[in-house]
Design a protein around this ligand. Structure first.
Ligand code: GLU
Length: 553
């Protein structure tokens, strides 16, 4: 119909701006060759799923490793899902992991960058300009169907087993004349704007996905809604308009959007825009039983990014774990480049998992232990204190009460070739330090000591009394060990495990039994860092007091 222009004016009488003008407002970005423009486009619910952080990390790295731009666009057209302070929470939460935006909405609810507004709710004027253009071109039309009418269509389709949806012969307003539309409007009826798909169900298209490769799909044949009856755009339309005007080069998003990609390609074609490149990321999976399932916000606490802060995982450990999920070559790179910042690792889309990376909190914790093990005692102290101040005030008091004692404890076996890996997250620090503090230790041993059951009470007493006599705080490690070995022999224990194994009948036990008794007396734990070192950290007075306490003196 040549009335398309008239129809467009009828539907959008107030829209005077031309698409060409908008194109000038948001010119092509002048960036170096190969620079990528990517974005993170969350709804402002405030909740950040690990999967979203995963996708946003990929996007951020691709932009920044190519000297491009990474921006934040807030998809707030569904007001029901909006949460007060949601945007600030998202920005701060990502920023705490080192993921920062060059443009977009900030945590202070301001905007930076010249491709805004960056909140979809403030872009209504722009959507209308392009909606009007689509109508003018005969590519979109108003649909006045009520919910009841839509229900009826569905039922009829079910009855004759036709494909569901609004398309072709079912799309009753698709070919309404200008007069018919005017009549509906005069009745005060609200409309949605639908794309007028060419409806060729046999036609197939190919999407060149940067992760999944070429994907052949049927062309979109549904007259999908572009603008809802309240005037807000659907995701599909907003995606096309925003990513075009903001000059996004790479749309990296969850693969739940893959089935809609044919519609998106169609929109770019109708609007005569260059399509961005697409990369559809498979969801992060979690092993369950013999199978796997999606990491779930409802079932898995580790699906929430806030979990990692609450537990006290160092941000760098979480990011490095995610990098390892993004490209499994990361681990090898890290081994070869132990000192480089992880931003030097080049992320490659075509090396990402097509079926979905498997998330494993145990592996994350192990990576975190490795990273914490090579930090200095000062670094561990500082980060643990910072965490404790927010999440465990009692621990914070303990840490700040005697910082040199704490640092000495944290220095045990640190800086050696095989540093200990007791701490995977800052919430482990309490258990790690607890027994070094007298008040906590005494509280703990009220319930009794865990001495080995195979050693009689009197023997335990004999060991502890004897050891108290000979304990010399100024011994260096070798002197200490020699002294303990001599002590063992005097008591009838083998000086080392090897001699015991050769002739067990000659001994009551071996050095390990004796040191276990001492260890329980000073720490009430079978496993601790090196016994000599923990006693050095505790200091003579404390060690003697603990030996006495255990003997019951
Ligand atoms: N708001 C959309 C989502 O959260 C954004 C998808 C996209 O990145 O395009 O799923």
């Amino acid at each position: 119909m040549n009335d398309y222009k008239a129809l467009a004016d009828l539907l959008y009488p107030d829209v005077e701006r031309l698409p060409e003008y908008c194109e000038l407002l948001y010119p092509k970005r002048s960036l170096p060759e190969g620079a990528k423009v990517t974005r993170f486009a969350p709804s402002p619910t405030g909740f950040v799923h690990m999967g979203s952080m995963f996708v946003s990390l990929v996007s951020e790295r691709l932009a920044h490793q190519s000297n491009g731009v990474f921006y934040l666009r807030v998809e707030d057209t569904d007001k029901k899902r909006e949460v007060e302070g949601g945007v600030a929470n998202i920005v701060r939460s990502l920023s705490s992991f080192g993921i920062n935006f060059d443009e977009g909405v900030t945590d202070l609810d301001e905007e930076k960058g010249s491709y805004g507004p960056y909140k979809q709710s403030e872009r209504m004027g722009l959507y209308k300009v392009f909606a009007k253009r689509l109508v003018e071109k005969g590519c979109a039309y108003p649909c006045f169907c009520s919910e009841e009418e839509m229900d009826q269509i569905r039922k009829q389709q079910e009855a004759i087993k036709a494909n569901p949806g609004y398309y072709g012969q079912w799309a009753k307003h698709r070919d309404y004349s200008l007069e018919q539309v005017r009549a509906e409007l005069e009745k005060g009826k609200a409309f949605v704007l639908r794309i007028k798909s060419p409806h060729n169900p046999d036609k197939r298209i190919i999407l060149h996905d940067l992760i999944k490769g070429d994907i052949e799909m049927p062309e979109n044949d549904q007259d999908m809604v572009l603008i809802k009856s309240d005037g807000l755009p659907t995701y599909h339309f907003a995606h096309a308009v925003d990513d075009h005007l903001m000059r996004t080069t790479h749309v990296i998003r969850g693969d739940e959007w893959l089935p809609s990609a044919p519609l998106h390609l169609m929109l770019f074609e109708m609007l005569e825009w260059e399509t961005p490149q697409y990369a559809h990321v498979s969801p992060i999976m979690k092993a369950e039983g013999t199978g796997k399932r999606k990491l779930s916000k409802r079932k898995d606490p580790e699906a929430a990014v806030s979990f990692y802060h609450e537990q006290g995982y160092p941000s760098v450990a979480v990011i490095e774990y995610l990098l390892n999920l993004i490209n499994s070559t990361f681990e090898e790179w890290r081994r070869e480049n132990p000192k480089e910042p992880n931003t030097n690792f080049i992320v490659e889309l075509d090396r990402m998992s097509v079926s979905g990376a498997l998330f494993d909190i145990v592996k994350l914790t192990d990576m975190s232990k490795d990273l914490i093990a090579i930090m200095t005692a000062d670094e561990v102290y500082g980060l643990a204190l910072e965490w404790a101040q927010e999440y465990d005030p009692e621990l914070a008091l303990l840490l700040s009460g005697d910082d040199s004692y704490v640092k000495q404890i944290l220095s045990i076996e640190r800086g050696t070739e095989k540093p200990r890996k007791d701490i995977g997250k800052w919430s482990d620090v309490r258990a790690y330090l607890q027994y070094f503090f007298d008040e906590l230790f005494l509280e703990e041993v009220k319930a009794g000591y865990g001495f080995p059951e195979n050693i009689p009470q009197e023997e335990i007493r004999r060991i502890l009394e004897g050891y108290m006599e000979l304990y010399t705080a100024s011994d260096d490690k070798n002197m200490w060990l020699d002294r303990v070995r001599g002590f063992c022999e005097a008591l009838g224990y083998a000086r080392d495990a090897k001699s015991y194994k050769k002739n067990p009948q000659d001994y009551k036990g071996h050095i390990g039994d004796v040191t276990t008794v001492i260890r329980i007396a000073v720490a009430n734990r079978k496993n601790t860092p090196d016994l000599y070192e923990i006693m050095q950290a505790m200091g003579a007075e404390r060690v003697i007091a603990r030996l006495k306490q255990a003997i019951g003196l």
